[in-house]
Design a protein around this ligand. Structure first.
Ligand SMILES: *Cc1c(COP(=O)(O)O)cnc(C)c1O
Length: 372
């Protein structure tokens, strides 16, 4: 079965092998050397000067950013499940928040964010997704972050990049916390979250807040190449390996391949009549609005051995989402769009004629060769 869900993503064999060694103790020079390497590479990935790794799923990192970087009131952007989650975290900790709500296909606007901030001077943190995975939507986070800092440089910009870090280069000039998760673009098993931090964020953390997710304790320990509590050693070893693999390929090539695959998939899907859902599609996944989404997913699973994701809430049964994150062999992506074309044939929507794989290959290689 080909795993084409936008998280978890498949773990490449070399990374699985790297994680297959005997367990080593986390308080040893051997592990600290690996930790240091992974940490250095992680800061290069984020393009930021500080970072922490947490033994938790991505939501734990969202929670720790909220509790350590927001003291008064948060502005949360809700254009889907994950944006909604920031609001729920804020509420769970008894903090106040203002929510900007959008349809799941609609990106947040710079003007709305600016207006909300000017309207309420108590807001000291903005929480937003780079890619809102519920609808496969890309928010203009870099522009929004710049606008936030223009209003007040002390407002913390917390960006959930769980389906964006490792997908495309992100300009972190105005971002204070950038969150990544092991099971998405970083091709690792679930269980670790990472946060890139700005100098301003480290200052704002101060003595930290909470206990397990206290960022002050983690920053202090991780600067010494260790963790406050038992490190997820296997995942740190895997992270070090995956970043080594990406660096060997070169970030430029890695991002170019992801982009080419995403654009080729989009073009191929549109060519066979798929309706792309988000107004500003992210590169991490291709989300298609389809009243027969469940039937399409069933055919892909049973006849083509491809597992793709569906929609949630009001989009349950009306959306299918195809992953683009990670080091995906290009023939696998071509197989998936070909399978979607076959599914449309089987559902009597459009006779199969090989359009999807033809367009996929044309667009992919045009992008890879710079002929676009
Ligand atoms: C997957 C995901 C998360 C984190 O989910 P966990 O299940 O806690 O790892 C957060 N934000 C986005 C945008 C995601 O795609």
């Amino acid at each position: 079965m080909l795993l084409f869900t936008p998280g978890p993503t498949p773990v490449p064999e070399a990374i699985r092998m790297a994680m297959a060694g005997p367990t080593i103790h986390h308080r040893t020079p051997e592990f600290e050397a690996i930790f240091k390497e992974a940490r250095t590479r992680l800061m290069r990935l984020f393009g930021m000067d500080e970072c922490v790794m947490l033994a938790s799923s991505g939501t734990g990192a969202m929670e720790s950013c909220v509790t350590n970087l927001c003291a008064k009131k948060a502005l949360t952007v809700n254009a889907g499940k994950f944006g909604e989650r920031f609001g729920k975290i804020v509420e769970a900790f008894g903090l106040e928040h203002v929510e900007l709500k959008y349809a799941w296909d609609t990106p947040a606007s710079v003007e709305d964010v600016k207006a909300a901030l000017l309207d309420d001077p108590d807001i000291d943190a903005l929480c937003i997704q780079v890619c809102e995975s519920a609808g496969g939507l890309r928010h203009p986070v870099e522009k929004i972050a710049a606008a936030v800092k223009a209003v007040n440089p002390d407002i913390m910009v917390i960006a959930d990049g769980i389906t964006a870090v490792g997908v495309e280069p992100i300009d972190t000039t105005h971002i204070d916390a950038l969150i990544a998760g092991s099971q998405k673009a970083l091709m690792l098993p679930p269980g670790m979250a990472m946060i890139g931090l700005s100098d301003a964020a480290v200052k704002k953390v101060g003595d930290g807040n909470g206990y397990y997710f206290n960022l002050a304790s983690e920053i202090k320990k991780q600067r010494q190449n260790t963790t406050a509590y038992t490190a997820p050693t296997t995942l740190v070893i895997g992270l070090n390996k995956v970043l080594e693999m990406i660096e060997a390929k070169g970030y430029e090539t890695f991002y170019l391949q992801t982009r080419a695959r995403a654009l080729a998939t989009r073009a191929a899907l549109e060519a066979v009549g798929c309706q792309l859902y988000p107004r500003t599609p992210a590169l991490s996944m291709s989300a298609v609005y389809d009243e027969e989404a469940n039937a399409v997913r069933d055919i892909l699973k049973t006849e083509f051995s491809v597992n793709i994701a569906g929609g949630q809430d009001h989009l349950k049964g009306k959306l299918f989402r195809i992953n683009q994150m990670g080091l995906i062999p290009v023939h696998e992506s071509a197989w998936v769009v070909n399978a979607v074309e076959w599914a449309y044939d089987k559902l009597d929507r459009r006779p199969y004629d090989g359009t999807a794989s033809r367009i996929f290959n044309e667009v992919y290689y045009a992008n890879m060769n710079g002929n676009v």
